[in-house]
Write a protein that binds this ligand. Structure first.
Ligand SMILES: C=CC1=C(C)c2cc3[nH]c(cc4nc(cc5[nH]c(cc1n2)c(C)c5CCC(=O)O)C(CCC(=O)O)=C4C)c(C)c3C=C
Ligand SMILES: [Fe+2]
Ligand SMILES: [Fe+2]
Length: 344
């Protein structure tokens, strides 16, 4: 008898192989609304050089001396008002997990594909989930930062974090990173449907619709971040799809942080000025957020609504993000299937 030359030696470790991973990644979320959880989360977030580009010697005294002593209480209180009490977690976490579960179901025709989810800040971490996918036999992984409009502070930092993990792996999986899909027709149609569906539940019509995107400092844009242009294009395509004029539809930027100038027009100032100038009815949506979160549920649906009413406005409505809706999942599935081409 001759030995089989292809047989593995008896002491060879078992290696799983032949699978493709899809990792959905969103921004992150604190584990709880208490001071310690909030501080841990904000510390990880605000020490990210892609988020705060100031030099360390200028930023750290402010961060550790002031921001991390005051902001955890303030933001913790805001989180409490929008916490998903059923699951004891933020909605961003609930929706991201649901998106992952639903994506797995939608890809049932691709038995070699594994779907998982992670957060850039907090848990589950990107590194842990890449390792878990690799351990399951994923030799190729699609990294999907859940941001329709690329920005260095969001998409790039997700990719950086993933490659930080890969830098420590002896046997790396092959990687694809998903680019922006700000002008994808399925995405624009899903947004338009969500606007029309939501407005059809009201007994009034808005005089103006605001598409409010998270801002970035103006200096980042001037240094070459394309985010502003992607937001403007999404806004224009959505306005055209809805058949609205430039008077009826506006792109604005929210969530300013720190003393610098950010992208304009600012959402909070616009809402206030519209109300003061006699606009009585507005609707606001957040096309840049794949899931509702603090920035949409608290800053817009609560704070902006209050400001509008306080300044003389009468009707305000917040149009929910696509979240784990059928239309929202259609968008994510389309992007994932495109990025899997040639791999499955
Ligand atoms: C300089 C600071 C920040 C930049 C730049 C920034 C860009 C940016 N952020 C999002 C999406 C989200 N941000 C969220 C919360 C949040 N953002 C910042 C600061 C910057 N973001 C802070 C400090 C916080 C925490 C809350 C607070 O302290 O005000 C969230 C919500 C997370 C949640 O758990 O609900 C999202 C989502 C984008 C898309 C973006 C640039 C394009
Ligand atoms: Fe942010
Ligand atoms: Fe531009």
């Amino acid at each position: 008898m001759t030995a089989n030359p292809t047989a593995l030696p008896s002491d060879h470790p078992s290696v799983k192989s032949g699978k493709v991973g899809v990792l959905l990644i969103n921004l992150g979320t604190p584990d709880g609304t208490d001071y310690t959880s909030m501080r841990r989360y904000l510390r990880e977030f605000l020490t990210d050089r892609r988020v705060i580009e100031w030099s360390r010697w200028k930023w750290y005294p402010i961060l550790f001396g002031i921001v991390l002593n005051t902001r955890p209480q303030k933001v913790g209180k805001a989180y409490e008002t929008i916490w998903n009490k059923d699951k004891n977690e933020s909605y961003l976490r609930t929706y991201t997990r649901n998106q992952s579960d639903l994506m797995a179901e939608r890809l049932h025709d691709l038995p070699n594909v594994r779907v998982d989810w992670a957060m850039r800040y907090g848990q589950p971490s990107i590194g842990d989930r890449i390792q878990a996918l690799k351990d399951e036999g994923c030799e190729r992984i699609v990294l999907f930062p859940l941001y329709p409009q690329y920005a260095a502070a969001t998409t790039a930092t997700v990719n950086d974090k993933a490659f930080e993990k890969l830098a420590k792996m002896r046997w790396q999986p092959a990687i694809r990173t998903v680019p922006q899909y700000h002008d994808d027709d399925t995405y624009i149609e899903a947004l338009a449907n969500s606007v029309n569906r939501h407005l059809s539940t009201l007994d009034w019509k808005p005089e103006k619709i605001l598409a409010s995107f998270h801002g970035i400092p103006m200096s980042y844009f001037k240094l070459g971040d394309p985010y502003y242009c992607f937001c403007q294009k999404t806004g224009r395509l959505l306005r055209e799809k809805l058949g609205l004029s430039e008077e009826q539809f506006m792109v604005t930027f929210q969530s300013r942080f720190g003393p610098e100038e950010w992208l304009q027009p600012y959402t909070d100032k616009t809402v206030e000025e519209l109300a003061k100038n006699g606009t009585k009815r507005i609707a606001v949506l957040n096309p840049g957020f794949v899931s509702d979160c603090l920035e949409t549920l608290e800053e817009i649906a609560e704070q902006a609504a209050e400001s509008f009413h306080h300044n003389g406005g009468e009707k305000f409505t917040h149009i929910p993000c696509l979240n784990d809706s059928e239309d929202g999942m259609k968008v994510l599935e389309k992007v994932v299937r495109r990025e899997l081409l040639g791999w499955v």
